[in-house]
Design a protein around this ligand. Structure first.
Ligand SMILES: *[C@@H]1O[C@H](CO)[C@@H](O)[C@H](O)[C@H]1NC(C)=O
Ligand SMILES: *[C@@H]1O[C@H](CO)[C@@H](O)[C@H](O)[C@H]1NC(C)=O
Length: 348
């Protein structure tokens, strides 16, 4: 009887570990290298043929109506010529490394996000000692295509990590990232009109939000300067951005349109606001997203401020609804303990 029970327990244990989730691969970008060579070697860690197909499919699907694809490609190539030199060189180098079409890479960087990265859950939580944890799920309608494109990128100078982040092969931007001991950012797109509007904004020098995330991590020295840049830099679309630091109450949720903020909310231990949850839906709009937000909030309330830690945050991001079929990956970050940075690809 006992043996039977042991066997049963063993099977149960096994079940709870049989999960197809896996950590994202890591790629190192040496910042001292010229821009054209930054992504050299990337094709060695991925299945380049599959990536090529995925990028060109996704670029095509980002254009509606479909017969505008050829026009969009032309505009994308024009927009490339107007980019700052270092970004232009990086994109050209990346297209060469992946052996993909340059127009598709541009569309992928500038447009695809517009139609798809509208979902997901981002959370900043502060424990009773003022220690801050930051995490996110990135959801997308085409999650199957994106799982294999997810990578962690460490930007290093002479071998030392200056900042790191999570993104998809083919993007030069980051969807979330961390500057060790300084600050962490998660970002999502908000829908903001037709692809041509984004293209017009791009021609005026506005950035895709993923580029802004990377630039902020690259150039800002501290939480305050990061905040200033994230709030005020013109974007090609609206975005929801969460920024956290390492000091007590350093946490803010910024809901943005192209030119600036629409709503903001901050952490405040004094008023018991110990977490911020962002589910991308504008307050009062999409009911299913509101549902996701309340599920995450309920789960945080059950966990409690005293118990919150990186593991518990990961659990909150794994509660059904918060974790769903469209979830591509989960990242958790502890800026005060940078080695804890972790991106896990979710498979259901
Ligand atoms: C935050 O608030 C809680 C509850 O009011 C309190 O117990 C805790 O000491 C505060 N933490 C900090 C770092 O001020
Ligand atoms: C992702 O990669 C795995 C392993 O290489 C492969 O079996 C799977 O078909 C790929 N999925 C997609 C959607 O490309």
């Amino acid at each position: 009887m006992l043996r039977l029970r042991m066997k049963f327990l063993g099977i149960l244990l096994l079940c709870s570990f049989v999960s197809a989730d896996f950590p994202a691969k890591t790629f190192k970008v040496e910042l001292k290298r010229p821009s054209s060579y930054r992504w050299k070697g990337l094709s060695k860690i991925i299945d380049a043929t599959a990536v090529r197909t995925a990028i060109s499919d996704l670029a095509r699907r980002s254009i509606q109506p479909e017969n505008m694809y050829f026009l969009a490609r032309k505009i994308a190539v024009k927009a490339l010529s107007r980019l700052p030199k270092s970004q232009k060189k990086e994109i050209v180098g990346l297209a060469k490394e992946l052996k993909t079409d340059i127009a598709d890479i541009m569309l992928f960087n500038f447009l695809y996000e517009r139609t798809t990265f509208r979902d997901g859950t981002s959370i900043i939580a502060q424990d009773s000692n003022g220690h801050i944890f930051h995490g996110r799920n990135l959801d997308n309608t085409y999650s199957a295509d994106f799982r294999n494109l997810t990578i962690e990128v460490q930007f290093v100078r002479r071998g030392k990590v200056v900042f790191q982040g999570t993104t998809f092969v083919g993007y030069i931007g980051l969807w979330n990232g961390m500057k060790p001991y300084k600050f962490a950012i998660t970002a999502n797109e908000r829908d903001a009109g037709g692809w041509w509007e984004s293209m017009v904004a791009a021609r005026s020098g506005n950035l895709p939000v993923s580029w802004l995330v990377r630039r902020t991590l690259e150039r800002c020295k501290d939480y305050d300067s990061a905040l200033y840049r994230l709030v005020g830099t013109p974007l090609i679309n609206g975005a929801n951005i969460l920024l956290s630091g390492i000091e007590k109450d350093q946490g803010i949720s910024i809901t943005r349109n192209r030119l600036g903020p629409q709503y903001m909310a901050i952490l405040s231990n004094k008023t018991n606001t110990w977490y911020l949850v962002d589910t991308t839906a504008d307050p009062g709009t999409d009911p299913s997203r509101k549902d996701t937000r309340s599920t995450a909030q309920r789960s945080l309330d059950e966990t409690g401020q005293k118990r919150i830690c990186l593991n518990e945050l990961f659990k909150v991001l794994s509660v059904p609804k918060v974790l769903n079929r469209e979830t591509i990956y989960t990242t958790v970050m502890d800026t005060a303990q940078p080695s804890q940075y972790k991106s896990i690809i979710r498979t259901g």
